[in-house]
Design a protein around this ligand. Sequence first.
Ligand code: MN
Length: 226
Amino acid sequence: MKYVLPIAGETEKKFLVNKIICIGRNYAEHAREMGHDPEREPPFFFFKPQSALAQNNTDFIYPHFSQQVEHELELVIAIGKSGTQISVTEAADHMFGFAVGLDMTCRDIQKQAKQLGRPWELAKGFDGSAPCTAIQRGALQDLEQYGDLVLTRNGEEVQRGDWRTMVWSIPELIAEVSRYIKLEEGDLIFTGTPAGVGPVKPGDRLCAKLEGFAQELNILVTKEQD
Ligand code: MN
């Protein structure tokens, strides 16, 4: 099965998705709201399977095994050129573009996994847990024109953050991840969430955006069919 995302403004070519890398605790305020000290613990990363990917304007199916699903609003970086041990100065060359996504998280399952010392896959990698807009082709300097990340839930603002305040900047996170894992063309990096994560429930309409950016992520939370 091929997992693809549209490329903004292009009809022929699609962005073929390879792996999904997610950065954890990449904003100091969010690390604090989760009970961690950002001064002492650097960000880290984990993965979601390709089957977590969801297209814009689709329903998010609330997973039956969780009672506490939360939104994490994130800037997504799309990788266009493979590499390992990429330096910070070369990192920008590996970017294909960017998008806005949600790292949907079963917080109750994640808490349980933390307590039991188990992996996070069930909490983070379930089907449809990574909705994402079309990919906008662009370089790092193209991103500079955009403002805050903003998430509304049923029209009310619930999360806002300045992606410029990430602990690992975009070049740094490309360099950090590629120290350990090969970055490949088609990889998506969910760059971490700012503070303000919170619950969603069936019937909620989520709208995630980057101020000034034409692509908006619109997701309807629905109940799993029996
Ligand atoms: Mn996240």
